[in-house]
Design a protein. Structure first.
Length: 268
């Protein structure tokens, strides 16, 4: 029997204020991701300005967090229109990776113009940073008892979800698929693959790592959405995350093909 127990979401108290594991893990994920992204960027772009990602990390991080929060709130408009002050409270969760990607890209465009460093080179480094952060960050969902899947058929394994966190219609079930764990493992595989692409082809094919990241994460998220039951907002009968994943997949595929075609020189 292997059952993942429900954790205590509070890591510790600071001056009477609870500090949640979600925030601690997300901070650690961002820190590690930025270090990894900067290291990879420097390794591939040895002849250009170094440490660009670390230098502009505060801007990129703030933009990503704001985008992640605003996107999440937009997907849950009824609640946050009624409780607007809670838009500012992210200690217990409520961040969307899709919003972080969109706003993060905008800040990276600004960074590229400011530093006069290739936009695609920075995007490649940040792609490695983001997926590395996702590997760690998904564990924040575990401590919040969220991002879980359908109930498991067997009662010998699964993720235990406390009743207050169970989705309506599933309150009679206690064990669910640990979707957060599936995504974390798949992201780890994607991170290893992206590192290979970046270090092997990053110099010649600038932008390829970023566009492959869009493809990889779109596929991972689309797959995970097939079992998740706590997805926010539907587009018709399709979770909005699936729609966004399809869009990202198309953008990634077109972008990757454009990079490859641009750098392909046929033999005479």
């Amino acid at each position: 029997m292997f059952v993942i127990p429900a954790p205590n979401p509070v890591a510790f108290n600071l001056f009477g204020l609870p500090i949640y594991w979600y925030g601690v893990i997300m901070a650690f994920a961002i820190f590690v991701g930025m270090l990894v992204g900067n290291k990879v960027f420097n390794s591939v772009n040895s002849n250009t300005r170094r440490d660009v990602i670390i230098e502009y990390a505060p801007l990129i991080i703030i933009s990503g967090i704001l985008g992640a929060r605003l996107y999440f709130c937009m997907l849950n408009p009824g609640y946050y229109f009624s409780h607007p002050i809670e838009i500012l409270d992210i200690r217990e969760g409520g961040l969307s990776i899709h919003g972080a990607i969109i706003f993060g890209i905008l800040s990276i465009i600004f960074t590229a113009k400011k530093t006069k460093v290739s936009l695609l080179s920075i995007l490649d480094g940040m792609a490695c940073a983001v997926i590395c952060g996702q590997v760690i960050g998904r564990w924040g969902n575990y401590f919040n008892s969220e991002a879980y899947g359908l109930p498991v058929k067997s009662q010998n394994w699964g993720l235990f979800i406390p009743e207050p966190h169970r989705i309506a219609g599933y309150t009679d079930f206690s064990l669910f698929h640990p979707a957060f764990l599936y995504e974390s493992v798949l992201n780890l595989a994607g991170f290893i693959f992206l590192l290979f692409i970046m270090l092997k082809f990053g110099k010649k094919y600038k932008g390829l790592t970023f566009f492959i990241y869009l493809i990889i994460y779109a596929v991972i998220r689309f797959f995970i959405e097939q079992i998740r039951i706590d997805s926010a907002l539907n587009f018709g009968n399709i979770p909005i995350a699936e729609v966004v994943s399809i869009v990202l997949f198309i953008i990634g595929l077109i972008g990757a093909l454009a990079v490859l075609c641009r750098n392909f020189t046929p033999k005479k």
